[in-house]
Design a protein around this ligand. Sequence first.
Ligand code: DAH
Length: 339
Amino acid sequence: MLDTIQKYIDEVAQFKATKLDEIEAFRIKFIGSKGIIKSLFSDFKTLPNDQKKAVGQALNTLKNAATEKVKIAIENLENQIGDEGIYGDLTRPAAPIEIGSRHPISIVKNKIVDIFSRIGFTVSEGPEIEDDWHNFSALNLPEYHPARDMQDTFFIEKNPDMLLRTHTSSVQVRYMDNHKPPIRTISPGRVFRNEDISARAHCIFHQVEGLYIDTDVSFADLKQTLLYFTKELFGKSKIRLRPSFFPFTEPSAEVDIYWGLETETDYRITKGTGWLEIMGCGMVDPNVLKNAGIDPEKYTGYAFGMGIERIAMLLYQIPDIRMFYENDVKFLEQFKAVI
Ligand code: DAH
């Protein structure tokens, strides 16, 4: 141990520093709370008594030398640098705090929430780990219904009744369980599908669900609401509804917006048609109302659902869905200006 200490004493004697951070590194190495000298002192305690005297003296020499060295090095530096001192001009303003940015998914979600809030929709949420009833059966998708295959599902292995929700439509059912009409709510949230990841698909993405239930709600109300929404979000004023199928709505439709054909990108993303599909919708199937304890003779309603990633990709011309989850600062920083 004496040899080791002597080696350190030599090292301390030879140390020369010209910069503050070098001195600080030296200080941490030798006299820091996890430094060499601390650890030598704890080894010292385990030594046989007959060695303690010599080693103790050597250790004290090392400690004093290192402490003195740091003190002198700092004094030298201060003398060299003069009036400004080693820390520079202490009256200068602090370094500015960088402006952060919201994630584009949050930006688009907030925009959607804002647009629907203005016409009286509340925001509701539900669990990401769902049971079969709320994700499928109550939505008119009984066991063995072929339409269950439309959405590849992650099941919880230990309990096949539980799954990661495949859509936010599950929140419709939960909301109707707990609220009486009139109902006007949107439910943003994360959903999961057992799909291969590619530029256009991901196993985790986000949706916003909409639900409106009251007496005398009609398909015309649905269309008008969606037209208002697309005008507000995209600034586009032409939509069309194409007949489609969803088990939970009847009739069902797919909503397209007229994007235009002004640029080459417009041609590419609309495949030369000018039209882009943005969501599914329809009149809530009477069975779904019944399953949630609402009288379908008295009430009608509409529902719609859209993918947030898809809308963000259109709004900000993002070519690959994977970019949302890579957290590349260069990508995220582009959204600094958007609140
Ligand atoms: N749940 C559907 C999906 O994930 C989207 C959807 C379509 C929701 C039609 C609805 C609706 O509420 O009426 O593909």
